[in-house]
Each structure stands twice: as C-alpha cells, then as structure tokens.
Design a protein around this ligand. Structure first.
Ligand code: COA
Ligand code: ZN
Length: 313
C-alpha cells in the first residue's frame, strides 16, 4: 500500500512574521520562501492584506506576492480580513485567499473590529466574489477551542460556523486553536464531530504550541482523519490580537513525526533546517522545533564517524 499523503501548509511567513518586533524585509521573506520551496513545501500562507497600521510587518503584501519564487508550482495564499483586503489581494495576483472568522464575538471585534455576525456576512460576500473571480477561498474558524476573552468555545458553534463556511462555498475550512489552549482530547473530539458532518479532506488543523501540546494535538487531529495541517518553520508564530498566543506547530517537528509514522509530506527535513536557520537569522531569535537538538547531535555524530573512517582508511 502506498504511503498516505499529508498536506503541509507553511504559515511562518504570515502567522510567524506578523508578530515579530523586527520587521523582516521583503527580500528576506522571499529567500525564506525559496528555501521552503527547495525543501518541498508546496502550500504557503505567504502574507496578509490587512491594515498596515494594525500590522506593519505585512505592509509589503503586494510587493511580496509579486516576487515569490516558483508561483506555478506553489499555492501561495493570503489572509484577508475584509473586502478591501480581498481587492488588494486580487490586484496583487493572489489565487487563493483565507477569510478569517473567530468563533466568538469579542475576538472578532478585537481582531478585525467587526461583530461575529458582521464577519459572517463579510466572509459570505468575499467567498462569493472569490468564486466569481476563479480564486480559491479558504475560511478560518479561529479560537475554535478557547477564546482569550470568552473562554471555552462550544463545539456546536464551531460545527455551525464550519457548516456555514462550506455552505457559502469555502473550498477548505481551517480550524484554529489560535491561543494553543486545546488538549488532544478536545482536538480529537472536535475533529471527529466535524469529520462526521463534513468532508474531512477539506478540513485543516491550525495548532499553536503555547502549552507544548501542538504535536500531540496534531496527532489527535490525524487520528480523527485530518490530512491537512498548518505549521510554521522553526515554530514561529502568534497573533498580536490574541493575548497568550505563542508559536505554531514547528514544521520540522510535524514533518519528522509524519514521515517517521509512514505518511508522505514531500518535504525534506534536513533541507527544511536551512529555512529554520534563515528564519532565526532574519528574526534575530533562537528558533527550531523540539527535534533540532537531536538532529544536530546526530549530524555531528555522523560527521565524526565519517572523519574516523577517513582517518582509519
Ligand atoms: N488593507 C489595508 N488597509 C485597510 C484594510 C485592508 N484590508 N482595511 C481597512 N484598511 C484601512 C482603511 O482604508 C482606513 O485607512 P485610512 O485610515 O487611511 O482611511 C483604515 O484602514 C481604517 O479602516 P476601517 O475600515 O475603519 O478599519 P478598522 O480601523 O476598523 O480596521 C482592519 C479593520 C481589519 C483593517 C484592521 O483591524 C486590521 O487590519 N486588523 C488586522 C488583523 C490581523 O491581521 N490579525 C491577525 C491575523 S488573524
Ligand atoms: Zn495562528
């Protein structure tokens, strides 16, 4: 039996860089994208078309989209909060947009200054426009497990909002644990419920590692049938409008786990680590998933073996 494929959507350039105190220049973002593509990444959320006053790190969205590498081979998506964002994205040539709706009213207001009901209407209109324009449209359901303002989110509400996104024509719905508060039990229960009602191939998991549970939560989602995941190179990530949100699942950890378990991601871990190094250089931060120390020690040991063999023979 051939290995099952898992789709990895790299979100470091958007979710990761939106929150960095040092803005990364467009050219640096492109170099990072290039290393990710070289490692085998074929799906990327590259930027967001949001207010540059609200998120200055994404102010170069249009310029970035125009200069990303190998656009014919890679699905580059952009997050958009409203119709103005959609129009900017369309003009920049984006072919895949992610609308964003939070599962609570307070989070919608804090994030994009609209009520939940207004956001539902905006998402509906944007998805319809995207379809008319031949653009793929994905919908986030953010704070799907717990909201930093309203606490635990009822699963039924997430099911209803997901259903509405699909009814509106979303090609995919991304269920996000935006602040990394979910436990594997809740993730399994949530995705099992969603998978019983919707096509699981069109559901995706976006998990944060705030409580060191992102990988366990990814495994729980995988067991519930999910085969699409957002993750972030080096574990970059966090939302400026959701207090307590830390980095996403590190792409290198997720890919290593999946490949070790026999799934196929098409991504090469050692090459991914070149992207981790560049992301660390660009942000001036120490980055890297939990597998990094093991990988570096193993590499050193392998290099040592090679030296010893060279000397002895
Ligand atoms: N892109 C760029 N500028 C935008 C914009 C967009 N998508 N939407 C609105 N603006 C501009 C308006 O043109 C206006 O500009 P001006 O002050 O020069 O006239 C200004 O922003 C205010 O417009 P308004 O419609 O009143 O927006 P707002 O102040 O209510 O802000 C958002 C709403 C959504 C634009 C803003 O909250 C935002 O960008 N938030 C970012 C959310 C985010 O990135 N979250 C993390 C990822 S989920
Ligand atoms: Zn996120």
């Amino acid at each position: 039996m051939s290995a099952e494929t898992v789709v990895i959507n790299e979100v470091g350039l958007r979710d990761g860089l939106q929150n960095q105190p040092t803005p990364v220049p467009t050219e640096g973002k492109c170099r990072l994208a290039e290393l990710l593509v070289d490692a085998g990444v074929r799906h990327m959320e590259a930027t967001s078309f949001v207010s540059p006053k609200a998120v200055p790190q994404m102010a170069d969205a249009g310029e970035l989209i125009a200069s990303l590498p190998r656009p014919d081979e890679v699905e580059y998506a952009a997050l958009i909060p409203n119709e103005k964002g959609y129009e900017r994205a369309l003009e920049a040539g984006v072919r895949s947009v992610n609308v964003v709706l939070s599962a609570t009213d307070t989070m919608n207001r804090k994030n994009i200054r609209m009520s939940l009901d207004e956001t539902r209407e905006v998402c509906k209109r944007i998805i319809a426009r995207a379809h008319a324009d031949g653009v793929r449209a994905h919908g986030y359901v953010a704070v799907a497990f717990e909201c930093p303002y309203e606490g635990k989110v009822p699963l039924e509400r997430v099911v209803d909002l997901t259903g509405e996104m699909f009814d509106n024509g979303a090609d995919e719905v991304i269920i996000a644990d935006t602040i990394g508060a979910a436990a594997p039990t809740a993730v399994y229960e949530g995705f099992t419920a969603l998978a019983s009602r919707f096509d699981v191939a069109r559901l995706s998991a976006h998990l944060h590692d705030t409580r060191a549970l992102a990988l366990a939560n990814s495994w729980a989602a995988l067991q519930a049938g999910v085969r699409r995941f957002d993750s972030s190179i080096g574990g970059l990530g966090g939302c400026p409008f959701a207090p307590g949100a830390a980095g996403n699942t590190a792409t290198e950890d997720l890919v290593l786990m999946l490949e070790q378990c026999g799934y196929r991601t098409g991504i090469d871990v050692p090459r991914l680590l070149d992207a981790v190094n560049l992301a660390a250089e660009l942000t001036g931060r120490e980055l890297g998933g939990r597998m990094l120390p093991w990988f570096l020690t193993r590499n050193k040991a392998c290099a040592g073996d090679t030296d010893a063999r060279a000397q002895s023979g």
